[in-house]
Design a protein around this ligand. Structure first.
Ligand code: URA
Length: 266
């Protein structure tokens, strides 16, 4: 009994400390200094490692698998005639390995009839646990900020580029984004919003296919063409997780929200 209590407290402690998953059999210290590689005296370090045949082949196979998964995603999206069918298609989709490490598929939340859609990057640990976007600390900050301009989830729809959490909240790869993007774009087509609020650089870069930093993109209206000929007005702002770490930038995010309010709510 004492032992099981100890284990429970240890697990709770790990969760509080942000250690929320195991990804290998043996422990790995991320804070330990990198191990020095001692080369035998007669071997000189190479500046560029020539791509070996197996490496080239693996790279080609990965690119082919990604292209195939993108094509499958497009085909599934074309078949989905409403959000329920699209959610089902995402849940059944096996073209993205992130699904294997995620606890839940996190699709979207809020009012699918709303004229405003918010887009984040990917679920975090809390979202992965409950299967709903933006329920953790950054979601709570976002809810609070939006409440000041009269918005709650009955007045907007919220989703992410990726429906699965990248392990340890790592940055998603270009391949993962490419494979999941058709599902996001189909969601937008089905919801047909007038306004899109892009939370952070990843969603702005993915939707507008650019590499511009969020500091440059934020605060300017962009035009996102929907497939029915309509153009939704899109505004990028800082991601709430960034604002939690950089509270000095909240004033700029607030200015962005006022811009959205003036155009879309007020
Ligand atoms: N960050 C995101 O980008 N999305 C979420 O759902 C949660 C945190």
């Amino acid at each position: 009994m004492e032992n099981s209590l100890d284990i429970k407290s240890a697990l709770e402690f790990y969760l509080l400390a942000g250690v929320d998953e195991t990804i290998g059999d043996s422990a790995l210290s991320l804070s330990a200094p990198p191990q020095k590689v001692i080369l035998p005296l007669n071997i000189k370090p190479q500046t560029a490692i020539p791509a070996s045949a197996p490496l080239r082949q693996a790279t080609t196979e990965l690119a082919q698998a990604t292209a195939q998964a993108c094509q499958n995603a497009h085909e599934l999206c074309a078949k989905a005639q409403n959000l329920t069918e699209l959610r089902q298609a995402v849940e059944n989709f096996d073209g993205c390995a992130l699904k294997l490490t995620a606890a839940h598929t996190v699709f979207g939340d809020g009012n699918p009839e709303a004229k405003i859609v918010l887009i984040g990057e990917a679920p975090g640990a809390d979202e992965d646990r409950v299967g709903i976007p933006f329920v953790g600390r950054s979601g709570q900050l976002l809810d609070k900020m939006l409440s000041y301009i009269g918005l709650d989830r009955s007045k907007y729809y919220i989703t992410n580029i990726l429906p699965w959490r990248p392990p340890g909240n790592r940055t998603p790869t270009g391949g993962e984004i490419a494979v999941c993007l058709p599902f996001l774009k189909r969601q937008l087509e089905l919801i047909n919003p007038d306004y899109i609020l892009l939370l952070g650089g990843s969603s702005a870069n993915a939707l507008f296919d650019n590499q511009d930093p969020i500091s440059k993109l934020r605060g300017h209206w962009l035009e996102y063409p929907l497939n029915n000929g309509k153009t939704a007005k899109a505004l990028a702002t800082f991601h709430p997780a960034y604002l939690l770490r950089n509270s000095g930038q909240k004033a700029k995010a607030w200015a962005d929200l006022l811009k959205l309010h003036k155009e879309a709510v007020g």
